[in-house]
Design a protein around this ligand. Structure first.
Ligand code: BJ2
Ligand code: ZN
Length: 650
């Protein structure tokens, strides 16, 4: 009997093993087919989007929307097909990960295709408003964001001119899409909750980080970094007060949002000349040096490509040079906001950028090309794995060479800087670190708060009538800045930042600004590059490039903790997690300098988090509540009158 049972179980094991084997083979075959079909659809859909983004017309809009719907329809059918596989019968982790990705289709699962079309149309309309907007700086002059308004905000030192550009841009962009955004939110939430997998669109966006603790983790990182930001803020505020006058600075401690050299006050390197710690030791103006060296747009891309090649990464393929849009064309409307594109066929990768010859644009060229390097590194993986380990990784990779590229040593090497601060030149070193802080530290609260706003909106905690109020609560609270002209809920300032109308989640940039310092530290150690972290340049270092490439080649094939380990492996910062420590180590000499300087000048750190100047958010009364309040007021008045009359009568 026992022998029979034993025999039967052996037979059962063999049968189920061969069944699993068959299911596995079927799944592999299915995924191969999926890959080919998906690549074809994505290629056409990207091409249709490209045609719209580089030529905004009704026709290109319709074509893009049609393709976006075809893509959704395809995703939906395939998600159903993939769900036919019983995942518990498949032992191969890789295959189950791929099948899960086929099934995770976000809003495409929504069965109401008319509403999906509407989502796509609203997003395109908002992007078009943003991209074609011209902000008026006086009664007769209205200018586009790129290059004109950007040029004014970066280079003008005239308080009122800056104010006009700041307000003009918001009136022409965000305000004009105020009615559209609430519909967009409602439709996205309806679409994403259709499957009952996610509570709202924000939760879906956060799911890309494959971590239950993500929201808390970024909050902790932000808290660790906030003291550094407050020191930078206090120092910059003092310098700007001297330049623009005490009267422009309220007693709450906030800085006016329009004088920080950037339309959104997100990075402050544009005003380096006003706030440099040692102005007499000023490092050369890079934009000026670029012009002096006869830089043109093509050369800027060659300089970036040369950096990547020097560390053993990839050269731009022929189609990149043929098909990219590198300058703003005449005679048609385009989306100027820079972006990098993967057409999913392993050959076609493009950048779209209205490039002008400035330092900031040169950094953006490196950023966008960094994205293309990642695309190229994972081009041989299954399509479902062709993505960053998480969206923050894609951004971190995009930025990684900016840390090496901007070292005085490197700028000197490529002829953009004459004087390199020597070993004992503390002042020169602090000037350099300070410039990097204006770019990388000033960004942290901005990078953090954009999705705090968006998540709160998607959760329904912030209703449309308070969209702008919540926005300024966060801007005042986290960044310590205030609007230079009165804001009300009739304005819609979130819409004046590309990623809101564009529907691009933003926490990725916060993650990137933390992670890029972790990777920089790891690569400098792997490359055996001596000296302090902030002066390390990985240019020409094949070992550092190879380590980076190992991580890039993984794409999205494994949870991001493994990608983090791949790059930090066997270095001082070895980890599977995000860590703020390398950023703090990088800025350590500057942190000490800022703390000392702020103390010496009796500068009080921080700002009043309860009061934000210039924001006029009167209680919002809906139609019915106005009637209710009126009723209450009239009732109260009648009551008072009756008391008075009674008293008189008595
Ligand atoms: C200038 C840069 C984005 C980027 C563009 C537009 C939105 C997504 C892409 C993606 C890349 C991908 C940008 C740079 C740092 C801060 C932020 C800002 N443009 N995108 N296709 N930046 O990230 O390159 O190109 O992952 O495939 O917006 O606020 O300026
Ligand atoms: Zn990017």
């Amino acid at each position: 009997m026992a022998m029979w049972i034993h025999l039967m179980s052996v037979v059962l094991i063999l049968v189920s093993a061969s069944l699993s084997q068959t299911v596995l083979e079927e799944a592999k075959e299915y995924l191969d087919k999926y890959d080919k079909l998906a690549a074809d659809i994505y290629y056409h859909s990207s091409e249709a989007s490209w045609n719209y983004y580089t030529n905004i017309t009704d026709e290109t809009l319709k074509n893009m929307t049609d393709w976006s719907l075809k893509e959704s329809e395809f995703a939906n059918i395939e998600a159903k097909n993939a769900s036919g596989f019983n995942l518990s019968q498949i032992q191969d982790q890789n295959i189950t990960r791929l099948l899960k990705k086929v099934m995770d289709i976000g809003i495409s699962a929504f069965s109401d295709t008319a509403k999906l079309r509407k989502i796509s149309e609203i997003q395109a309309e908002m992007t078009s408003i943003y991209s074609t907007a011209e902000g008026c700086i006086n009664a007769t002059t209205c200018l586009p964001l790129e290059p004109d308004l950007t040029d004014i905000i970066t280079n003008s030192r005239d308080y009122d001119e800056l104010k006009a550009a700041w307000k003009g841009w918001r009136d022409a962009s965000g305000k004009k899409m105020k009615q559209l955004y609430p519909q967009f939110v409602e439709l996205l939430n309806e679409a994403i909750t259709f499957e009952k997998k996610y509570k709202d669109m924000g939760e879906y966006y956060r799911s890309w980080y494959e971590s239950e603790t993500f929201e808390n983790d970024v909050r902790h990182l932000f808290d660790e970094l906030a003291p550094l930001y407050e020191n930078l803020h206090a120092y910059v505020r003092r310098k700007l007060r001297t330049h623009y006058g005490e009267d422009k600075f309220p007693s709450t401690g906030h800085i006016p949002a329009h004088i920080l050299g950037n339309m959104w006050a997100q990075q402050w390197n544009g005003i380096y000349d006003l706030v440099a710690p040692y102005p007499n030791k000023q490092s050369a103006d890079i934009t000026e040096a670029m012009i002096a060296k006869n830089y043109n747009v093509t050369y800027m891309y060659q300089v970036a490509e040369d950096f990547f090649k020097s560390i053993g990464l990839y050269e731009m393929p022929p189609l990149f040079w043929e098909k990219s849009m590198l300058v703003k064309p005449n005679g048609r409307e385009v989306v100027c906001h820079a972006s990098a594109w993967d057409f999913s066929n392993g050959r076609d990768f493009r950048i779209k950028q209205c490039t002008s010859v400035t330092e900031d644009q040169l950094l953006t060229v490196h950023h966008e090309m960094g994205h293309i390097e990642y695309f190229l590194a994972y081009a041989d993986l299954p399509l479902l794995y062709r993505g960053g380990a998480n969206p923050g990784f894609h951004e971190g990779v995009a930025d990684i060479v900016t840390l090496s590229f901007q070292t005085p040593e490197h700028l000197n090497k490529i002829g953009l800087l004459d004087d390199v601060p020597g070993q004992n030149d503390t002042e020169g070193d602090i000037n350099f670190l300070f410039r990097m802080a204006l770019e990388k530290v000033a960004f942290l609260p901005f990078g953090y708060l954009i999705d705090q706003w968006r998540w709160s909106v998607f959760r329904g905690e912030t209703k449309p009538e308070r969209y702008n109020e919540k926005w300024w609560d966060l801007r005042c609270d986290f960044q310590g800045i205030y609007p230079p002209v009165e804001r009300t809920n009739d304005d819609f300032d979130p819409g004046a930042k590309y990623h809101i109308p564009g529907g691009v989640p933003y926490i990725r940039y916060f993650v990137s600004f933390v992670a890029q310092f972790q990777w920089h530290k790891a690569l400098c150690q792997v490359g055996n590059i001596p000296g302090p972290l902030h002066r390390c340049d990985i240019y020409n270092n094949i070992a550092a490039g190879a380590r980076l490439n190992e991580m890039l080649k993984m794409g999205a094939s494994r949870p991001w903790g493994e990608a983090m380990l791949k790059i930090t492996n066997a270095t001082d910062g070895e980890t599977t997690k995000l860590s703020a420590l390398p950023l703090l180590e990088y800025f350590d000499p500057l942190i000490k300098w800022l703390e000392k300087n702020n103390k010496e000048n009796n500068e009080i750190l921080g700002w009043d988090k309860k009061n934000c100047p210039n924001v006029l958010f009167l209680p919002v009364l809906s139609g019915s509540s106005i009637i209710k309040s009126m009723g209450f007021i009239i009732g109260a008045m009648l009551f008072l009158c009756s008391i008075v009359i009674n008293n008189v009568n008595n």
